[in-house]
Design a protein around this ligand. Sequence first.
Ligand SMILES: [Zn+2]
Ligand SMILES: [Zn+2]
Length: 240
Amino acid sequence: MKIIADLHTHTNACTHAYSTIDEMVRAAADENLYAIAITDHGRAMEGAPGAYYFESLSLVPSELYKVKVLKGMEANIIDFDGNLDASDKLLSTLDWVVASMHTITLKDKPDVSKCTNAYLKVCANPYVHVIGHSGSPYYKYDYETVVKECVKTNTLIEINNATFTGFRKDSIPNCKKIAQLCKKHGARVVVNTDAHFASNVGKVPFALQMLSEIDFPKELVVNSSLDNLKQFLSEKNIAI
Ligand SMILES: [Zn+2]
Ligand SMILES: [Zn+2]
């Protein structure tokens, strides 16, 4: 299996990522990707750009170096009611929204029922396409309940390659459990880099290795083929 689109990446619009949009898209072209989503952090993250940055993303070409460019955001889940740090109005202008929990932006003490509730609310948010890197043991949730809700609401669960490489390594066993439940219930996933530098764009070997270990079906990975991706985009009325 390989990916044909990288749908969670950051640029130097966030102060903790280090490449420009142009460099990220050029890297996607070098990896022969069909598409890339630029998903800089919502405003609750330290050093994140403000609303006007996202409102002005229409200035960025929708295709560059023959790669489709989705204008998006990694919104922060800021409480256990599943609220995000961006208005519906702003999110509705974007092509692609990943919603994630980060300890920097969700400081209340979690427990399984609170996290489950937050993710169920996120699933119900029509502007969210993906639940990002949700394997953290700190934000453990009822995986089966949320996976089933993802099927019902057509929300993707992300398998995030960065989880396997660095500071989120303790999430790996949970990522595997979540993927196994996605396979069991027919929930679709998206495999992304979460790249914060251009040289990482499109490279997801550890995520793919984990999926192959559990014999994960290719048809459930939306960015494993052009047909799969176009199918999902059309279901969500995303024109690129
Ligand atoms: Zn994140
Ligand atoms: Zn990210």
